[in-house]
Design a protein around this ligand. Structure first.
Ligand code: XMP
Length: 514
């Protein structure tokens, strides 16, 4: 078995779930890679691809400039599964007709399965929930295709070619909302494509360490924050380049309570990696003075970070590379995957680096989602205290403080986050939720302290459940945990008179308030 062979190629037509398809296929144990939509069939064959998945995308197949793949791919030289836009391409190319549908379908739909073979093999239910997101649909299907499933608004919700090599689905089997979506992908991957299992996280670790050790010729500077992403990046690089790695921890003054000491201890004692600690809090806080706009705050934190690194790099010798713990959702949400996807937030890992950076950036985790990073971390022996720690944004508490970052708001925010974390741990909920945090803005509410009416801060607690941070739901915390948070925040943090709990999901909210 050659682990470097691809397995399944996903052609990216700019859909928001393109990478998620790869991830689902990898979840089945088969190596999958995202390729630009116009990658040639020859190239895919040369990579020993066993099957191709055409992603969704925002274009319409009848637009003159609609992105199209190599014609050989649509003709089914390799097994093909078209999803949403990819499905429409397949229908149009093979002689069917796609039109703008009168009734658009967004969100959950009921899928009526007509044939329990092929894509739907092993699924016994006649009706399952699926996730639709389309404006166009097939009006006439190619003569050599048959219908496998329909929905109220899509008569041809799933199709298969008569020879069983090509499939098209109008819905998204890759998203969690589609019931048995993993089974459908598995049927395509192992049934139609006859792919072999060739992807395991320990292969990823081995391959990445090999690649890094052969490609990184000079000294590497690694920015660590104490979070799982940057710590895992540091460990991978430590394996690959050993003493040529220098880890630097910049305290930007926007960290959680006690974080600096904890990170130093974990790196030195548990991983045997010496950290250079740089206290740059004043610089960050001065740069953030008077800044209210969240995007500007992120950019400023990113810029000062990069400046501090560059200064350190220049004065401490000949570094050639800057390693960062960027993970895939950071890239998606910064709009870096495709010119067609909209920017949600500038993540400081990817948004704040100046163009004239004199170090080459290395991002070994940029293809992975958080839960995959955690697996890599476990393989590398990252201590559980770091591995299981909730994610924390690069710009730190700056994005949990709405409006200007002032010393007073920073004090309240830091203490409130500490209380929330402690209560969640105490109630045995820490490992069950994705993130538990607190934020505040400039709202001043009236309170009573003793006999006195006094205005004070309003703190909002937010605890969310998620599998990959792409979507999230608010956690239904027990009332006694909420009550304890509220009581402790108002009692222990000077100047807070009110606590609320955030009950918004993502979308439309994001996990961090800004
Ligand atoms: P959002 O708020 O976009 O967050 O729903 C998704 C996940 O990413 C974390 N996050 C960040 N991480 N730099 C980071 O390194 C950032 O600027 C940033 N903003 C959000 C967030 O904590 C959540 O886990």
């Amino acid at each position: 078995m050659n682990n470097d062979k691809v397995g399944i190629a996903v052609l990216d037509f700019g859909g928001q779930y393109s990478h998620l398809i790869c991830r689902r296929v990898r979840g089945l144990g088969v190596r999958a890679r995202l390729f630009p939509y116009d990658t040639s069939l020859e190239h895919l064959k040369a990579s020993d691809v066993k099957g191709v998945i055409l992603s969704g995308g925002p274009a319409s197949v009848y637009d003159t400039d609609a992105p199209r793949p190599d014609p050989g791919i649509l003709q089914g030289e390799l097994p093909v599964l078209g999803i949403c836009y990819g499905y429409q391409l397949l229908v149009q190319d093979r002689g069917g007709q796609v039109t703008r549908s009168k009734r658009r379908e967004y969100g959950k739909a009921s899928l009526n399965i007509l044939s329990h073979a092929g894509l739907f093999a092993g699924i016994t239910e006649k009706r399952v929930t699926c996730w639709m997101s389309h404006g166009d649909s097939a009006r006439r299907i190619p003569t050599d295709f048959r219908v496998l499933a329909s929905s109220a608004n899509s008569r041809y919700a799933a199709l298969a070619s008569m020879d069983g090599k090509c499939y098209g689905v109008q819905f998204h089997p890759e998203v969690a909302q589609t019931e048995h979506g993993a089974q459908m992908l598995s049927n395509f991957v192992f049934g139609a494509c006859r792919a072999k299992r060739n992807w395991r996280m320990d292969d990823f670790v081995r391959r990445t360490v090999d690649e890094l050790s052969t490609t990184l010729s000079g000294r590497v500077l690694c920015a660590v924050s104490g979070g799982v992403d940057s710590s895992t990046t540091a460990l991978l690089l430590h394996r690959a380049v050993g003493e040529r790695l220098q880890c630097v921890f910049i305290d930007h003054g926007l960290l959680r309570e006690g974080e600096t000491a904890e990170v130093r201890r974990a790196f030195r004692d548990a991983m045997g990696i010496d950290l250079v600690m740089i206290d740059a809090a004043d610089r960050f806080l001065i740069a953030l003075k008077g800044i209210h706009d969240p995007e500007q705050k992120r950019k400023i934190v990113g810029r000062v970070f990069a400046d501090v690194f560059e200064e350190y790099a220049r004065k401490s010798g000949s570094f050639k590379f800057l390693a960062q713990g960027t993970v895939y959702p950071d890239i998606v949400e910064s709009g870096r995957t495709s010119k067609l996807s909209a920017k949600i937030k500038t993540h400081h890992n990817v948004g704040g680096l100046p163009k004239d950076l004199s170090l080459d950036v290395v991002e070994p985790l940029k293809e992975l989602y958080k839960d995959e990073v955690r697996k890599v971390a476990e393989i590398l022996g990252l201590p559980a205290s770091i591995r299981k720690r909730h994610p924390f944004p690069g710009p730190g508490l700056a994005v949990r403080i709405i409006g200007e970052v002032t010393p007073d708001k920073l004090r309240v925010c830091r203490m409130a986050n500490k209380v929330v974390e402690e209560v969640v741990v105490k109630h045995g909920l820490y490992d069950k939720v994705w993130q538990a945090l607190a934020y505040l803005g400039d709202d001043q509410l009236t309170g009573v302290l003793g006999d006195e009416r006094k205005s004070g801060h309003q703190v909002t607690v937010k605890v969310v459940e998620s599998v990959d941070a792409m979507t999230a739901d608010w956690a239904r915390l027990p009332y006694d945990a909420l009550e304890e948070m509220s009581r402790r925040i108002t009692n222990e943090i000077e100047g807070v008179v009110s606590v609320s709990y955030a009950v918004s999901s993502k979308p439309p909210s994001t996990i961090e308030p800004q």
